[in-house]
Ligand binder design. Structure first.
Ligand SMILES: Cc1cc2nc3c(=O)[nH]c(=O)nc-3n(C[C@H](O)[C@H](O)[C@H](O)COP(=O)(O)O)c2cc1C
Length: 157
């Protein structure tokens, strides 16, 4: 399973940490949307897309990348970090887009991230210290489940 992870993590680098834990578990490459725009995507079996959640959604760069560059040749997965829980809701718009565009969505992952947006900064932010070791471990486990689903996908076709 040759895997590319495209991550946009502009607020605190929270989603980058999750992307790196995922990459370690799947021997994947991690790139920014800008780097992915320049990359040859044809060799990848799976592309994971993630960012912080900004105003209820993934970043525009990640949504635009999914819209422009993902097609039926590649399976996908979705991840995010956010200031508040409700991870399924946060991941929904991107997962729905990828359900239409990619071969299959192999899973979605979300966890809390340190949030110093606006007024939260005054009180030291929400979720200080997140993502933490448990979040990273959950991200690694999630990648194992992505790999299992990818294997099943092959045998179902
Ligand atoms: C401009 C902005 C908007 C945000 N909007 C939301 C939001 O709608 N819902 C939420 O749960 N968290 C929101 N957050 C918190 C971030 O999703 C959270 O801090 C996340 O971990 C940031 O990821 P990053 O460090 O990878 O950019 C927002 C943060 C910023 C800076």
């Amino acid at each position: 399973m040759k895997t590319l992870i495209v991550v946009d993590s502009t607020h605190k680098g929270n989603t980058d940490k999750i992307a790196l834990a995922m990459a370690e578990a799947a021997s994947a490459e991690v790139v920014s949307p800008e780097e992915a725009e320049q990359a040859d995507l044809s060799g990848f079996d799976v592309i994971g897309l993630g960012s912080g959640i900004y105003f209820g959604k993934h970043s525009k760069k990640i949504m635009d990348f999914a819209e422009k560059h993902i097609d039926r040749r590649v399976a996908s997965f979705v991840f995010s970090t956010s200031g508040t829980a409700g991870f399924d809701k946060n991941n929904r718009a991107l997962a729905e887009l990828l359900r239409c565009k990619s071969r299959a969505v192999l899973g979605t992952f979300g966890c809390l991230g340190h949030d110093e947006f606006a007024i939260f900064k005054l009180v030291g932010g929400l979720n200080k210290g997140r993502p933490d070791g448990t979040d990273m471990e959950n991200a690694r486990r999630f990648m194992m489940s992505v790999a299992e689903r990818y294997e099943k996908l092959g045998s179902a076709e």
